[in-house]
Design a protein around this ligand. Structure first.
Ligand code: SF4
Length: 360
C-alpha cells in the first residue's frame, strides 16, 4: 500500500518535471517518451493530460486549427494499405470516381469559409503524382482554390518521387501537403507492402525542399504497440512535421484490418495525444479520422489531452459528427477556430532540409 502511494507520488512528480521542461522549451528523450506512453493508472493519465493541456495553452493559447478535405479522386488505388477502403486490393462498398472538376472543390472551399475552417485538402486515392496531364489538372484546381481566397489550399496526393512535381505544386499555390508516416518504421510492413516507409520519408523531403509545409501523422489502433506510437511521434519530430494528424482506426468492412483490429480504448487514445503533445509541443496536433466512433462522449477531452486542431466535416470514406456540433463544442470549451488567426509562425524553426532523416 505504502509503495503504491510512493509510486503514485513519484509518477506525479516525474510527469510534472517533464511537463515543466517542455514548457521551458526543452525536449524529452525517447526513453522518457516511452515511459509516458507506458503510464496506465487513471490518476497518472489525468496528470499527464493536465500537463499536456498546459503545454498546448502555452504554445497555442486558445487557437484551434480546423481542416476539411474533399476527395478529388476516389477508390481503385493500386496500393495495398490494409486499413484503407479505397485500395483495389480490398472488396469494399467505397465509391469510385476519377478526378473531379473544379465545382466540388470550390463548393468545399465555400463551406469551409462559412464554417471558419482554415484549410481544404484535395485528397486523391492513387499511389502518387508524376509529371503529366493529371498534375496539370491538380495544379489548376489548387490555383483556383488559392485565388478564391476562401481557404488555405492543401493536398494529399500520395508519393512524390520527382522533385519537379513538388516544385510545380508549390508554384500552383499549395501551402501544406499531407503525407502520413502512418506508424513506426518497424510496424509499417504490417500496414502496407506495395511501397515503403522510406518512400514516404523521401516524399516529405522533396516537399520540404521547396518550402511546402508538412502535415504528417498516423493511425492508432492498427495493432501497433505503444513503442510503435512513441517511435512515430519521434519520427514526426525528426521529419519536421508542422501539422500532426492523429487518426484512430475505424475498421471498414472488406479491409484486412476489419478482421484483425482489436480496437483502442478512448483513454489510450487520449493518453497517446498527450504524449504526442509532450514530444511535439509546438506543432498542430490534429485529431482526424475515427474521432467520433472511437472517442464517443470523450471527444471534447482531446483538447485537454493537448490537441490543437481537428478535422471537421466528413472523412474520406466514413462520416463525422456535424460541423455545427463541432463548432458548438469549441464554443463551449472557450476555444477559437477563426482561420485568420492561424499561421505556422508559432512553430519551431523548420528542420534544415539536410537534417530531415528518420532515426527511429
Ligand atoms: S491509403 Fe492512400 S495509398 Fe494507401 S490504399 Fe488508400 S488511397 Fe491508396
Amino acid at each position: 500500500m505504502i509503495s503504491n502511494v510512493v509510486d503514485a507520488i513519484s509518477n506525479h512528480d516525474r510527469i510534472a518535471d517533464l511537463g515543466q521542461r517542455v514548457l521551458k522549451g526543452g525536449t524529452i528523450t525517447r526513453e522518457e517518451g516511452s515511459w509516458l506512453f507506458g503510464l496506465e493508472k487513471t490518476s497518472d493519465l489525468f496528470d499527464l493530460m493536465g500537463w499536456a493541456n498546459r503545454i498546448r495553452e502555452h504554445y497555442k493559447g486558445n487557437k484551434v486549427h480546423l481542416c476539411s478535405i474533399v476527395n478529388v479522386k476516389a477508390g481503385g488505388c493500386s496500393e495495398n494499405c490494409k486499413f484503407c477502403a479505397q485500395s483495389s486490393a480490398h472488396q469494399t462498398d467505397s465509391p469510385r470516381y476519377g478526378l473531379v472538376d473544379l465545382p466540388p472543390v470550390l463548393a468545399a472551399a465555400e463551406e469551409a469559409k462559412a464554417n471558419g475552417v482554415t484549410a481544404v485538402g484535395l485528397v486523391a486515392a492513387w499511389k502518387g503524382l508524376e509529371e503529366g496531364a493529371i498534375l496539370d489538372q491538380i495544379c489548376d484546381r489548387l490555383t483556383e482554390l488559392k485565388d478564391s481566397g476562401k481557404a488555405r489550399p492543401d493536398a494529399s496526393l500520395g508519393i512524390i518521387k520527382n522533385p519537379k512535381v513538388a516544385e510545380r505544386l508549390k508554384q500552383a499555390g499549395l501551402e501544406c501537403y499531407n503525407h502520413n508516416l502512418e506508424t513506426s518504421r518497424r510496424f509499417y510492413p504490417e500496414v502496407c507492402t506495395s511501397h515503403t516507409y522510406e518512400d514516404r520519408v523521401e516524399t516529405i523531403r522533396h516537399l520540404k525542399k521547396v518550402g511546402i509545409k508538412i502535415c504528417s501523422g498516423g493511425i492508432l489502433g492498427m495493432g501497433e504497440t505503444r513503442e510503435d506510437r512513441c517511435d512515430l511521434a519521434f519520427a514526426l519530430r525528426d521529419v519536421g512535421a508542422n501539422i500532426v494528424p492523429i487518426n484512430i482506426l475505424n475498421p471498414i468492412e472488406g479491409t484486412p484490418m476489419a478482421k484483425t483490429a482489436e480496437g483502442i480504448a478512448p483513454m489510450e487514445v487520449l493518453k497517446s495525444i498527450a504524449c504526442f503533445r509532450f514530444i511535439l509541443p509546438k506543432q498542430e496536433i490534429m485529431v482526424a479520422g475515427g474521432r467520433t466512433v472511437n472517442l464517443r462522449d470523450l471527444q471534447s477531452m482531446i483538447f485537454m489531452a493537448g490537441a490543437s486542431a481537428m478535422m471537421v466535416g466528413n472523412y474520406l470514406t466514413t462520416l463525422n459528427q456535424s460541423v455545427e456540433k463541432d463548432l458548438q463544442m469549441l464554443r463551449d470549451l472557450g476555444l477559437d477556430p477563426r482561420w485568420e488567426k492561424h499561421g505556422f509562425s508559432d512553430q519551431d524553426t523548420p528542420t534544415p532540409v539536410e537534417d530531415v532523416a528518420v532515426v527511429s
